[in-house]
Structures are given as C-alpha cells and as structure tokens.
Design a protein around this ligand. Structure first.
Ligand code: 5AD
Ligand code: SF4
Length: 473
C-alpha cells in the first residue's frame, strides 16, 4: 500500500478510538528517552493520542495509557526503562492501564524478549518503522484486549501528514531524513533506524511554511546525518522531485532561509566527512542560519577514528574547523565525544584533549563508551575497564568546564541577539532566551517580548547561563 493510504487508514483508527473514548476524557503519560529525533517522534505520538481524545498527564499513576519512547544509544536508558516498568506493575494491577513501549530499543530482539519474559503485563510493543501504526495497535489492544507486538525489520517508508502536538510554540523540530548509512562501529543507530532515506523537499518546505504561519520563529532540521540529505536518492537514482531548487542539503538550507517569519535555523547532526563547501557557503551567506554548528568529533585520535569508522583523521577534522572558522564569521562549535572506546590508550585519549584545547568548543556532549550488542566495537577484545573510562571522562569534563568559564567571560559586555522563550523557571520575574550560540540568557523584561528576537547586553556570566539587560525592542 502507498504510504499516503496507510496514513489514511490510521486516521480511521484514530476516529474509532476517539469514538470509544467519547465522554471519558482518558489520560496518557509519555516518557521520552534519547535524541531530538525521538522527541520529534514523541510529538507525533502525542498528536495521535490527543486526536484520539486523550489528555496528557505527568502522573503515570493516573494515566490510562503509559507510553515509553525508548532510545538504545547507551546502556543507561535500558536500566531506566526496566525500572519504570517494574514500578508500573502495581499501578496496572490497580487500574488496568495500557502500557505501550516504542522506539529504538524495541528494534533489538534481546530487549523485546526480556520484556515478554520479565514484564509480561506490557500491552503494546512497537518499533521505529511502525510508529505511524500506533492508532491501529492501540485500537486492537483496547478492543481485542490482546498483546500487540508490531516491530518490523524492513525500513519504514516516509509517512507524511501524521497529527503532531509540539512541545513549544516558538521552536519546532522538523525531521528531514530517517536512518543512517555510516555504521560507526560503536553505534547501534543504523541497526535500529535502518538505511538513510530523505523526505521530499516539497513536504519539508511546506511544513516549515506552515510553522512560520503558526508563529514559530526557530526551526531545527533533524536527521542522523543531515548533510547527506538526498545523497542516497542521487546515488541510487531513486527519483525525487526538486522543489524551489532544492536538491541537496545546501539548497534546502537556502530555501528555508527564504521563508518569511522564520528567524532562526539550526540543524543536527551533520557528519564532518560530508561537510561540503556548498554547505559552508550556505551557512555563511544565509542570515537566519545560526552560526553554532554541531560537529561531532567522537575522538581526536586518528587510529581510534579509523577503528570507529569515522572516515576522517585528526588533521582533517582540524583543517575542516579552520576552513569553517575562516569562511563563517562568528562561528561557534559544539561536539560529541566518546571516551574509552575499546583499545583507546592513554596517549590516544590525550589527542582528544588536544583537539578540545585547540578548537575551544562552545559546548561538548561527553559520553562514556557503552557496549552495544550487535555492533563491531562490542566484539573488540580490548575493552577499557570502567574505572579508567570514568577517570578519562572526569579529565575531559574538567578541561571542558574550564573552557566554558573562559568562553563565558568573552560574552560579558557584548550585545547578543536573543530569542525570548518565556519566563525563567527559577525566577518568575525574569525572562529566558537563547543566543545564536544556544547560550541561555536570563534578563528582566515584559512578557510581551516572548517569541521575539531582541538585543540584549550581557552583564555577567554564571557557568550555565548569562545574565543580560535589554538594549532595544
Ligand atoms: N557509547 C557511547 N556513546 C555513544 N554514542 C553513540 N553510540 C555510543 C556508544 N555506544 C554517542 C555519540 C553520538 C551521540 C548521539 O551518542 O557521540 O554522536
Ligand atoms: Fe551512529 Fe555514526 Fe550514524 Fe551518527 S553517523 S547515527 S554515530 S552510525
């Protein structure tokens, strides 16, 4: 069946569940683990649930549906899920709530097996390729009172036009592609999200235009490998329709930059090996593209990078950074780093510290290597002991934190454009927003500034946020 008709079919299931729920006002709770792609998937699940008549609650005990959208990139998410499932056993015995688990972890056979054996009271298990079918799974679980396992190993199609309930009215995420073809040796993502496939330019642009009309100011384009947008389609001669001249990531950025109402564009994550000159030029020339670029390093050592299958060397990474700094005024960088990859020696780890010292990242997301079943790195014999991994992590953290302080000081006295996001959570009298470089700024101001891009003078720095004063409105 065509994807379009499959979505239509699910809309019929949405109506059927809605009918069942008439006058009941049932509630749902959702727990999302993992990356922004998963958060965007959760927004789609929330959209479907709310169209079916469910109301969101933060209290799992009063929910008629307890939904988990899982991640499997690192081990700690598994422990978290099993802990929560254990806690829900009693709740389920008392109120008979539906327990549904979806997302990346459900694509792993050893996990679904464990759920069946140890948490048999789970009602619905669905994977990354069958998310769009959640209304049907739920309908069947409710009506037929049977357990549903709906996980596919074949790559899902691109499903357009699903309901969506976004978390914010100011910033929105737009998924531009699914899957990953890179097979970094530590990473489980290619196995659970399948091969790369891009959404059509027209669908993306129309979604962003609608978001602009609805008042959104900031768009984040999402994908496991955004800068290879449409690459597979071109390589394999899979037909795609150009729309407003879009036939690559660079042209997509340029087209979105032209959409009235949108004031900021971000994207995650690009891969350094695919960072072509046309993308660098587009970033430099498009005024709405934020100059904070996320450029995952993973390791600063060439041998480790080779074993990770990252396809660049330490020098190539540093050269790319140099080139970008020269071509993009006001560039700032953030990155991902893994410490304790199998076989990583003390000297090899020092190379990572060396790159961090040289590049001076705006933000570093640090991870301790976590063994993932089925990945090549899991089979390497020389795994690093936990204690050493933790020691290296702490050394990296210390370096990063010392750099943050130094970097924050550079902001004091400068004028920054800030997108105002709302009242500060810790102080109702203050507003909060973010700079182009994604730094949190707290300042005094009137509520009518929310969802506006304004100029703020930074007066002081406080490690995780900056304090500022309004300049002009
Ligand atoms: N262990 C630790 N970190 C990992 N990442 C991906 N796989 C693993 C793993 N097995 C990190 C990478 C990636 C980020 C999203 O998660 O740094 O960029
Ligand atoms: Fe994982 Fe590498 Fe693909 Fe990123 S690029 S999702 S780290 S395999």
């Amino acid at each position: 069946m065509e994807a379009e008709n499959e979505v239509k079919e699910q809309k019929e299931y949405i109506k059927k569940v809605k009918e069942k729920n008439k006058d009941l006002r049932p509630k749902y709770s959702i727990l999302t683990m993992g990356c922004q792609l998963n958060e965007n998937d959760s927004e789609k699940l929330c959209g479907m649930l709310e169209e079916m008549g469910y109301i969101r609650t933060d209290n799992p005990k009063e929910a008629d549906i307890n939904l988990f959208n899982t991640c499997c990139v690192r081990e700690n998410a598994e422990e978290k899920l099993f802990g929560k499932l254990g806690e829900l056993k009693k709740v389920k015995e008392q109120n008979g709530c539906i327990i549904a688990i979806g997302g990346c972890m459900m694509q792993e056979k050893h996990i679904t097996k464990k759920i069946k054996e140890s948490y048999p009271y789970t009602d619905i298990v669905f994977g990354t390729h069958t998310l769009y079918r959640f209304p049907e799974d739920l309908y069947k679980a409710l009506k037929e009172k049977k357990k549903i396992e709906d996980v596919l190993d074949v790559d899902g199609k691109i499903y357009e036009d699903l309901p969506i309930k976004r978390e914010s009215g100011i910033k929105a995420s737009v998924t531009i592609m699914n899957g990953c073809n890179n097979f970094c040796t530590y990473c489980i993502v290619p196995y659970v999200r399948g091969r790369e496939r891009s959404r059509m330019p027209k669908d993306i642009i129309q979604e962003v235009e609608e978001l602009a009309k609805a008042g959104y100011k900031e768009i984040t384009l999402l994908g496991q490998n955004v800068n290879s947008y449409l690459r597979v389609e071109k390589e394999k001669n899979i037909p795609f329709e150009e729309y407003e001249g879009v036939n690559s990531f660079a042209t997509l950025l340029r087209a979105i930059n032209k959409i009235n109402g949108i004031e900021r564009i971000r994207f995650v994550s690009p891969h350094p090996k695919d960072f072509t000159d046309d993308v660098i030029k587009a970033i430099a020339e498009c005024n709405k593209i934020c100059k904070l670029i996320h450029l995952p390093l993973q390791s600063g050592n060439t041998k480790v990078l080779k074993e990770m299958n990252r396809k660049y060397t330490k020098e190539q990474y540093l050269n790319l950074v140099e080139k970008m700094k020269n071509k993009i005024p006001n560039l700032t960088l953030s990155t991902d780093i893994i410490v304790g990859f199998p076989g990583e020696t003390e000297e090899e780890f020092e190379d990572t510290l060396d790159v961090v010292r040289k590049v001076k990242f705006e933000q570093v997301y640090m991870f301790i290597y976590s063994r993932r079943v089925g990945t090549p790195a899991d089979k390497i014999e020389n795994q690093i002991p936990e204690e050493i991994k933790h020691k290296r992590f702490d050394r990296l953290k210390e370096l990063v934190e010392s750099q943050i302080e130094e970097n924050n000081n550079k902001y004091v006295g400068t004028i920054q454009k800030v997108l105002v996001e709302g009242k500060s959570k810790n102080n109702e009298d203050m507003l909060t927003g973010r700079t182009d470089s994604n730094k949190v700024v707290i300042f005094e101001g009137n509520e009518d500034l929310i969802n506006k891009l304004i100029e703020i003078k930074i007066v002081s720095q406080h490690m995780w946020y900056l304090k500022g004063k309004i300049l002009k409105q």
